[in-house]
Design a protein around this ligand. Structure first.
Ligand SMILES: NC(=O)c1ccc[n+]([C@@H]2O[C@H](COP(=O)([O-])OP(=O)(O)OC[C@H]3O[C@@H](n4cnc5c(N)ncnc54)[C@H](OP(=O)(O)O)[C@@H]3O)[C@@H](O)[C@H]2O)c1
Length: 274
């Protein structure tokens, strides 16, 4: 599994498995077993996905030493604030059956407890309870605000990124700050999979459309956490050992439409104005 080094020296797999799997949670266990067999070691979880207890049960019986797993979780909107975040960390780690997290993210920017939530993450980091801290759904103005008080630079910004919403401006900004870009919904939650331009490219490389999109992310130095409930796709999404030409990369870049799947961060969960 290819890894990258975060700005604090922590090694993180470039490809992880997204666990925001809706529907019947009993379906999750066979899927997770296959992910381990296929070689996934990074699992992207969140308190708000409602399945951390089940994931914890799985991790504790998966037969993989804890230090070989990379477990990410996120502070939910309802958990933000200094004491609330510290309590949320305890609840999350208890559910996940681990005493530390590899990466803990602020799930969405929230105006009121904005700095207090980050201060709690810094406390957890300094106490050695999390290996790295970061944010999710932060745009440049959220980062600018955070950096007026933060004493630790976020290691990661996990944001919606796919060919129809490629975040190229934010990507450049993150690069200048030394924050690693991780894509959520890297396949556009399935919405980009029917794109005719990418289908043509896939035909030439004799791989699937999903593989072309995921390889495009990796070539742009963006980490990915695709999710699937299909056995054969679990393996397929890891088989990305090919290079796209500069011309094909440019064709996919040109598909940018500025279309988000979910609302903009400032429209989601914002009780107060920025
Ligand atoms: N930080 C945040 O706010 C945030 C928000 C959203 C998501 N996330 C994270 O990102 C992860 C992934 O996002 P996502 O699930 O929304 O979107 P995604 O990974 O872009 O797309 C998943 C969809 O693509 C399909 N798919 C996956 N691999 C495929 C393949 N090889 N061929 C054809 N179809 C394929 C899946 O269908 P099947 O299951 O039928 O294969 C599913 O419908 C989540 O699980 C979560 O961990 C984070």
């Amino acid at each position: 599994m290819r890894t990258i080094t975060l700005n604090n020296g922590v090694e993180m797999p470039m490809i992880g498995f997204g666990t925001d799997i809706s529907g019947d949670l009993t379906a999750l266990e066979p899927t997770l077993t296959l992910t381990i067999q296929a070689g996934y070691r990074l699992f992207d979880t969140a308190a708000s996905y409602g399945n951390q207890r089940q994931l914890g049960q799985f991790f504790s019986t998966a037969g993989i030493p804890r230090d070989e797993l990379f477990i990410t979780s996120k502070v939910a909107q309802t958990e933000q604030g200094y004491q609330q975040t510290l309590a949320a960390f305890e609840a999350t780690t208890q559910a996940l059956q681990t005493d530390y997290l590899d990466l803990y993210l602020v799930h969405w920017p929230k105006y009121g407890p904005f700095f207090e939530t980050w201060r709690a993450l810094e406390t957890l980091y300094r106490a050695g309870k999390v290996q790295a801290i970061g944010v999710s759904n932060f745009e440049s103005h959220h980062l600018d605000r955070l950096l007026t008080q933060a004493t630790i630079m976020p290691a990661i910004d996990q944001v919606e990124t796919h060919p129809y919403f490629n975040q190229h401006v934010l990507h450049e900004y993150l690069t200048t700050l030394g924050i690693y870009h991780q894509a959520w919904s890297p396949l556009g939650r399935g919405q980009v999979l029917h794109d005719p331009v990418i289908a043509k490219i896939a035909e030439r490389y004799q791989v699937s459309v999903a593989q072309i999109i995921l390889a495009w992310h990796l070539q742009k130095n963006v980490a990915i956490i695709p999710s699937t409930t299909h056995a054969e796709r679990i393996q397929e999404n890891l088989n990305l050992d090919f290079q796209l030409t500069v011309k094909d990369m440019a064709k996919i870049d040109a598909l940018q439409r500025g279309e988000r799947i979910m609302g903009a961060p400032d429209e989601n969960y914002m009780e107060d104005k920025w």
